[in-house]
Design a protein around this ligand. Structure first.
Ligand code: ADP
Ligand code: ASP
Ligand code: MG
Length: 455
C-alpha cells in the first residue's frame, strides 16, 4: 500500500549517466514508497552533445556526435538486457535525432533546436523506468509535455503555472496512485503542441514545478555531491556541507552561480512551502542539505558562489551629467532585447552593468547582439569586457553588520576588483574579477570567512 504523501525525486545527468549510476538511483526510489514521481535529466554529457548538434557543423562531425550519443544510450540499454519495448523507443529517438539534426542544416529555427534537445531526457526517462522495473518496482514512463505547458519562448520557455496544475491533476495525479512514474525534466510544450525547453539546468525547476502542481511534500534533488556546500567543493578543498539552509539563502546561492541548484527551483517550493533536499545519488547515506522556509540562527556568512562568463558593459555619456532619462532609455533598450541586467554601479557619467549567461537559452545563444550594441552606441560610448567572474559572498545581515567590509577587503588587498556591489541586498556582497584571480580568491575568502575562528 503506497502512502498518500508524494515526494518528487529528481536525478541529474551524472545520476543517470551509466548503468551503475542508474542502479544506485533506482535503489533510492525503492527505499521510500513516497518517492513516486521521478524527474530525470538527460544522461551526463548528452545535452552538451545535442547542443553541439544544433550548431552549424560538418556532416562528419554530425555523424560522430550522433554516434557518441548512441554509444551512451546503448551501453545502458545493453546492461538492461535490451528489453524490446524500450529498445524500440530508444532506436526511434536516436533516428529522430538524426533526422532533426539534418533538418537543422536548412531550418535553423529555435523550435527545431528544442525538439532535438528534448531527445536526451526522453531517452533517459525510458532507461530509468526500465531499471526500476528490473529492480521489481512497478514503474512507467510518462511524457511530461502532456502537462508541462509553457509559452513559446523556445530555449528558455516560461512555464504556465495554472495550466500545469490543471493538466497535472488531470493526467498525472491518477497515475501516481499505485506506481512510480518516471518523467522528463527540462522539456515542455506550448499551446501549439511544439516542444520547448526551460533553459540549461532546468530539470531542477521542472521537478519543483511538478511538486507544486501535485501538492508534493518534498522535492529531492539527487546529484553528484552530498548536498550544498559552503562553496563549490571543486573549488575549495575545505568546503563544508550544510545540513540546513533557508529558501532565501538557497535562492541567493543559485542565482549567484552555485550550479547545484537551478535558480528558479526555489520559487515553486517557496510558494507552497515544499521542502527541498539535495543529496548524492552515489552516497545517499551521507545525507545532504534541507532547504527550508525558516531556519534557526541564520549565520552572517553562509556560502561563496562563483558565476563565470560574466560580461561587463560600461556605458559612458556626457548626457548623463545632471540629466534625466538616460538610465530609463538604456534599460528600455536592454528590455526590448530581453536582456536582464544583473549588477549595476553608476558614477556621474558612467554606468557599469553586468550580464550573465543564466538568462541565455538552452542552445547557449549569445546575449549581446550586434543590433543591441548598435542601438546602445546611438546614445553613449559602449565598452564590453567578456569572461569576467562574479564571486558572491552570501549570508544574512551583510549590509547591516559592521566589520564585513574590513574582513572582505583584507582578502581583496592584492586583487584587481573590476566592480563591487554591496548594500542593495542584506544577503550578498559581490566582486567581479578576472578568471585568473578566482581560485586563490575563493580559497582565501573561504579561509577568512569560514575557517578562521577569530573572524
Ligand atoms: P546535476 O547534473 O545533478 O544537475 P550539476 O552539475 O548541475 O548536477 O550540479 C552539481 C555540481 O554543482 C557539483 O558537482 C558542484 O561542482 C557544483 N556546485 C557549485 N556550487 C556548489 C555548492 N555550493 N555546493 C555543492 N555543489 C556545488
Ligand atoms: N539536460 C539539461 C541540461 O543539461 C537539463 C538539466 O540537466 O537540468 O541542461
Ligand atoms: Mg543541474
Amino acid at each position: 500500500m503506497l502512502s498518500d504523501s508524494l515526494v518528487v525525486a529528481k536525478f541529474g545527468g551524472t545520476s543517470v549517466a551509466n548503468s551503475e549510476a542508474l542502479a544506485l538511483s533506482a535503489a533510492i526510489i525503492g527505499a521510500d514508497t513516497r518517492r513516486r514521481l521521478v524527474v530525470v535529466s538527460a544522461a551526463g554529457g548528452v545535452t552538451n552533445l545535442l547542443v553541439e548538434l544544433t550548431s552549424v557543423i560538418s556532416a562528419e562531425l554530425r555523424y560522430q556526435l550522433l554516434k557518441d550519443i548512441a554509444t551512451i544510450q546503448y551501453r545502458m540499454l545493453d546492461a538492461l538486457g535490451r528489453p524490446a519495448d524500450v529498445a524500440a523507443i530508444i532506436d526511434g529517438l536516436l533516428s529522430r535525432m538524426a533526422v532533426l539534426s539534418e533538418r537543422l542544416a536548412e531550418d535553423r529555427s529555435k523550435a527545431l533546436k528544442d525538439e532535438l534537445l528534448a531527445c536526451g531526457e526522453l531517452c533517459s526517462s525510458q532507461l530509468f523506468a526500465a531499471t526500476l522495473r528490473q529492480q521489481g518496482i512497478n514503474a512507467i514512463s510518462f511524457d511530461v509535455r502532456t502537462v508541462m505547458r509553457t509559452d513559446s519562448y523556445f530555449g528558455r520557455a516560461e512555464p504556465q503555472l495554472e495550466m500545469i496544475a490543471h493538466l497535472a491533476q488531470l493526467h498525472l495525479a491518477p497515475l501516481l496512485k499505485d506506481q512510480v512514474v518516471v518523467t522528463q525534466g527540462f522539456i515542455g510544450r506550448d499551446s501549439e503542441q511544439m516542444t520547448t525547453t526551460l533553459g540549461r539546468g532546468g530539470s531542477d525547476y521542472s521537478a519543483a514545478l511538478l511538486a507544486e502542481a501535485l501538492g508534493a511534500i518534498a522535492v529531492e534533488i539527487w546529484t553528484d555531491v552530498a548536498g550544498i556546500y559552503s562553496t563549490d567543493p571543486r573549488l575549495a578543498a575545505n568546503a563544508k556541507p550544510l545540513a540546513e539552509i533557508s529558501f532565501n539563502e538557497a535562492a541567493e546561492m543559485a542565482t549567484f552561480g552555485a550550479k547545484v541548484l537551478h535558480p528558479a527551483t526555489i520559487l515553486p517550493a517557496v510558494r507552497r512551502g515544499i521542502e527541498v533536499f539535495v543529496g548524492s545519488s552515489r552516497e545517499p547515506e551521507r545525507g545532504g542539505t534541507w532547504i527550508r522556509n525558516r531556519i534557526n540562527n541564520p549565520p552572517l556568512y553562509r556560502a561563496i558562489a562563483v558565476r563565470r562568463d560574466q560580461t561587463l558593459v560600461t556605458l559612458h555619456s556626457l548626457q548623463m551629467l545632471h540629466a534625466r532619462g538616460f538610465l530609463a532609455e538604456t534599460f528600455a533598450t536592454l528590455a526590448r532585447h530581453k536582456i536582464s541586467v544583473d549588477l549595476i554601479t553608476t558614477s556621474e557619467v558612467n554606468v557599469a552593468l553586468t550580464l550573465d549567461k543564466t538568462g541565455s537559452d538552452s542552445s547557449g545563444e549569445g546575449l549581446l547582439s550586434d543590433q543591441l550594441l548598435t542601438e546602445l552606441a546611438e546614445h553613449c560610448r559602449v565598452q564590453v569586457e567578456q569572461n569576467l567572474v562574479l564571486v558572491a559572498i552570501i549570508g544574512n545581515r551583510i549590509a547591516s553588520t559592521p566589520g564585513v567590509c574590513r574582513q572582505v577587503f583584507e582578502v581583496l588587498e592584492q586583487v584587481n576588483v573590476r566592480m563591487i556591489c554591496q548594500g542593495a541586498s542584506p544577503h550578498n556582497l559581490c566582486v567581479l574579477v578576472n578568471e585568473q584571480e578566482v581560485a586563490s580568491l575563493v580559497a582565501a575568502l573561504h579561509g577568512r570567512l569560514f575557517e578562521d575562528l577569530s573572524a
